[in-house]
Design a protein around this ligand. Structure first.
Ligand SMILES: [Zn+2]
Length: 45
């Protein structure tokens, strides 16, 4: 399962909702991206 993230309100949107409506259910924004493609790992030093 892939979780998408809204670019506007930065809330996590389930992909099942994306298939129905290609927009954020919270703010209605169409700017939704996959956070998994750009995961930044922070190493604690
Ligand atoms: Zn949103």
């Amino acid at each position: 399962m892939v979780d998408y993230k809204c670019f506007s309100c930065s809330k996590t949107v389930a992909d099942t909702y994306i298939k129905k409506k290609v927009r954020c259910p919270y703010c209605g924004s169409r700017l939704i991206f996959k956070p998994r493609t750009s995961i930044t790992k922070v190493k604690a030093r």
